[in-house]
Design a protein around this ligand. Structure first.
Ligand code: DHK
Length: 146
């Protein structure tokens, strides 16, 4: 059985983690999060970040037929991007939507994610460690499907 493939995709402004609103997002940088994910990886891991909606769409197209699971933090696009929602449906595999913060405890603009109805599971509010939790959960879901 081939080792599982996970793609972790990060949306706009997540490249500024560490200095960005630390009272909300903490002080862990995206590079540190990537290193945690690589340490937790049990197979191939693609870890990407983009500030551009179309690039995220194309990363999801590229994951189709390649990634056993996608972990995506769509960031601000969570609440606006029908294009990314559609690309998640095109991808068609296991998806965990991840938010560092508890979006439901924040301003109302952050309460309704367009992505949540089309993903497998949602993690929000665990902080940066949520990425590792998502990795672990994704491997269990991939294994259960085999
Ligand atoms: C990250 C962002 O950039 C915000 O736009 C989202 C999400 C929350 C997070 O908590 O990881 O609303």
């Amino acid at each position: 059985m081939p080792s599982p493939v996970i793609h972790v995709l990060n949306g706009p402004n997540l490249n500024t983690l560490g200095m960005r609103e630390p009272h909300i997002y903490g002080t862990t940088t995206l590079a540190e999060i990537e290193s945690w994910c690589r340490a937790a990886a049990r197979g191939t891991l693609e870890f990407r970040q983009s500030n551009h909606e179309g690039e995220i769409v194309e990363l999801l197209h590229a994951a189709r037929g390649v990634a056993d699971g996608v972990i995506i933090n769509p960031a601000g696009y969570s609440f606006t991007s029908v294009a990314i929602m559609d690309a998640l449906k095109i991808y068609g595999g296991l998806v965990i939507e991840l938010h560092i913060s508890n979006i439901h405890a924040r301003d109302p603009i952050y309460h309704k994610s367009l992505m949540s109805p089309v993903v497998t599971a949602v993690i929000a509010g665990l902080g940066a460690r949520g990425y590792v939790t998502a990795m672990q959960a994704m491997y269990e879901m991939i294994e259960a499907r085999r």
